[in-house]
Write a protein that binds this ligand. Structure first.
Ligand code: SF4
Length: 410
């Protein structure tokens, strides 16, 4: 298969079906046109295997994945029915809750896409107090959540590291070890990862955001604090410490191509991740990346691509945990339900006290800012049942992929 990527602005070809010279074969071919943003276009050789033929393979090339990501409506239905069947077979019908606490919006980093980046002076910075965290943990326990997630900006100060460690120990003691705990607090030292692990955290999510190094430096400052290689090393340190390791990417970023997304899927496979959190990129007005907003795919297309990414990850990594993320719900109120249908099996109801939620707008129009947890739980349960799934009440719902790897090691 030949895949060409070129600047649409340099092309005189019309949108739709176009013909170009297939330079690899020296023949003229009729090619399909697909665009991921206004600057780029993909040409896909019509002579390649069909989507059905690709889905029957064990291993997918980048070209295969690009073809699946660019599939039209009928082929997409086939992709989604395949991923749904794999989900049912390998992870079952259960969806697991992770009660989310957005512990602090104080961050030492300046990612170009993020609403709580250090350089944005608008959000009021906060730290959720210990009694509030313990109250949320109690709510999670009493309502049959198997787990919690504590998420925050990246902070390295000793006081914060000690605070997180102490919270972990108190949540574990309060729940008699029943609540599983995931952390998502960015890059830390090996010692910090170990301290938090020993205090009771056993899953850690560190999103790479994009696996393409060049794109990484288009959406992050190029400096020591935003080092692509260090992020990769951090994933390895987390694995070495003993965590279930998760990563994730944004979908529909400016400058991003379908090959980048295919590369992201291969990255997850190569890093043998246990869990993933992926979602559509949603622009925030107070960020440097906002100036590229006119080059983005429409939001509905970003959601569509995100659903395809969920489905394809389920197909290539059958037993990992995949979150139906809030960003999907931002675009479509049924976005999470759709993600559950095509392969996701984790949901993170927000337990952050309402008074802090305005302060944790990583992107704009984030839902649930003023919604009491009781209201959002009713919605969630309805969405989960609509998607043909059950809630795994009281269970940690760890990644089966992690468990399998542990068995192989022993
Ligand atoms: S994405 Fe994470 S690390 Fe980057 S600025 Fe936002 S909170 Fe900080």
């Amino acid at each position: 298969m030949m895949v060409c990527l070129f600047k649409g602005t340099n092309s005189e070809e019309p949108a739709g079906k176009i013909s170009v010279i297939n330079a690899m074969r020296g023949t003229t071919g009729s090619l399909k046109y697909f665009t991921i943003n206004s600057n780029f276009a993909y040409l896909l050789d019509g002579m390649t295997p069909t989507v059905k033929e690709i889905l029957e393979k064990e291993l997918f090339t980048t070209g295969n994945l690009v073809k699946l990501l660019s599939a039209g409506d009928e082929d997409t239905k086939l992709i989604f029915s395949t991923s749904a069947a794999i989900k049912k077979q390998y992870t079952g019908e259960k969806v697991f809750f992770r009660g989310l606490i957005e512990l602090s919006n104080i961050c030492s980093k300046n990612c170009y896409y993020c609403g709580i980046r250090r350089g944005n002076r608008n959000p009021e910075r906060y730290l959720v107090t210990e009694p509030e965290v313990l109250e949320a943990a109690r709510y999670a326990l009493d309502n049959g959540f198997g787990s919690m997630v504590m998420q925050s900006g990246e902070r390295f100060d000793k006081r914060y590291i000690g605070y997180v460690e102490s919270l972990l120990r108190k949540i574990k003691a309060m729940s008699a070890g029943k609540l599983g705990i995931t952390l998502s607090m960015g890059e830390q030292t090996e010692e910090t990862y170990r301290r938090w692990f020993e205090a009771g955290a056993h899953r850690y999510l560190l999103r790479i955001e994009t696996s393409n190094r060049e794109l990484y430096y288009k959406i992050h400052p190029r400096d020591a604090r935003h080092d692509y290689d260090f992020r990769l090393q951090s994933l390895e340190l987390l694995r070495k410490t003993g965590y279930n390791v998760g990563s994730g990417v944004m979908i529909g970023l400016p400058f991003q191509t379908l090959e980048d997304l295919a590369g992201d899927l291969q990255f997850f496979k190569n890093y043998d991740i246990d869990m993933a959190g992926m979602g559509p990129y949603i622009e925030h007005v107070d960020t440097p990346l906002y100036k590229f907003k006119d080059q983005l795919l429409p939001k509905e297309k970003r959601l569509e691509l995100s659903l395809k990414m969920v489905a394809l990850l389920r197909i290539i990594m059958k037993d990992v945990n995949i979150a139906a993320t809030t960003a999907m719900q931002t675009i479509d109120k049924n976005g999470r339900e759709k993600a559950l249908r095509v392969g996701a099996n984790i949901i993170m109801p927000n337990l952050t006290p309402l008074r802090y939620r305005e302060g944790y707008l990583l992107y704009q129009n984030k839902p649930g800012i003023s919604e009491q947890i009781e209201d959002s739980m009713k919605n969630l349960e309805r969405q989960i049942h609509n998607a043909g799934c059950l809630v795994g009440y009281g269970e940690w719902g760890d990644s089966k992929h992690f468990a399998k790897r542990q068995t192989q090691i022993q």
